[in-house]
Design a protein around this ligand. Structure first.
Ligand code: SAM
Length: 276
């Protein structure tokens, strides 16, 4: 059976950051619909200092900077050197970017808002990480985090799994280990935030359709999804024949989800909010 491949902060810093960077444009185009509910939850009604955790290539940073009142500042933090460099090059003067492990780094000044789009599910020791992040916020400061819902309700992830598991044996992800759907049941994350000292912790589901790769026909969508999946490595190890079979199977699933020539898949996201 193939080894568990779910990424942790450590793998983002080592290899996964460069992989994400290589697919930034299609990945960020696919995830763009999440920015509106995340930014609404940040409640940017006055001038604020904002920190973004796991800022990646900076697309959400740029969206938050555009939505924030004049005089606001935003700083993106990420553990991947490749992604911090990419974000600096793409976002320019609209934001600052700092290479840091958010689980342990302590900024010199506190922030009014803490934001993250899919950047807080990878901590090796989440109790320590969220207790540290509490210290990033001034008293009464607020956070808004987007995390994926249950894997079976994130159709592009479920489809990749279905296609690959039809060809090679894939283990079920261990519960409560780093990975994209770790907080698919958000009650675990809410309990962690409360234990860390946050108040008024809340989760609200967002459901919508995501355009795979930002607008791709089925074969290209299948290639994009497989290449960005953690199942790519065990599939490559299995051999070229297995890769082709998984790719064809995924393309067939993608073909069932075409609208106007491109693949759309439904997803559930949880928007988490809390007060320091
Ligand atoms: C799924 S990507 C999301 C990137 C970006 N927020 C987006 O939505 O396009 C997760 C991001 O979290 C970052 N990350 C993971 N663990 C981290 C940590 N401990 N500290 C800072 N960044 C981390 C990764 O390097 C990566 O950029």
């Amino acid at each position: 059976m193939a080894a568990t491949q779910s990424p942790s902060s450590k793998t983002w810093a080592q290899t996964r950051g460069a992989k994400w960077r290589d697919q930034l444009d299609p990945m960020e185009a696919m995830l763009a619909p999440i920015d509106a509910p995340l930014i609404a939850a940040l409640n940017l009604s006055e001038r604020v200092r904002i920190a973004e955790i796991g800022a990646g290539g900076g697309a959400t940073t740029r969206a938050i900077a555009a939505a924030a009142p004049p005089g606001s500042t935003i700083e993106g933090f990420d553990i991947s050197p490749e992604l911090v460099e990419a974000a600096k090059a793409r976002v320019g003067n609209a934001a600052r970017f700092t290479l840091a492990d958010a689980a342990h780094f302590r900024p010199t000044e506190q922030f009014d808002r803490l934001a993250s789009r899919f950047g807080v599910m990878f901590f090796e020791a989440p109790e320590t990480a969220f207790a540290n992040l509490l210290q990033w916020l001034r008293p009464e400061g607020t956070l808004a985090f987007a995390v994926w819902g249950p894997a079976k309700e994130v159709a592009f992830m479920a489809s990749v799994r279905e296609a690959v598991a039809a060809v090679i044996e894939l283990p079920q992800p261990e519960p409560d280990t780093p990975g994209p759907c770790r907080y698919g049941d958000p009650s675990g994350l809410l309990a962690l935030l409360e234990a860390a000292g946050f108040r008024n912790c809340d989760a609200r589901p967002w459901r919508g359709d995501l355009q795979v790769g930002g607008g791709m026909p089925p074969e290209a969508a299948a290639e994009f999804l497989l290449a960005s999946s953690s199942a790519a490595a065990p599939l490559a190890e299995a051999g070229a024949g297995e890769q082709i079979r998984a790719s064809e199977r995924l393309a067939a699933i993608c073909a069932e989800n075409v609208l106007d020539g491109t693949v759309w898949m439904p997803a559930r996201v949880e928007i988490i909010t809390a007060v320091a």
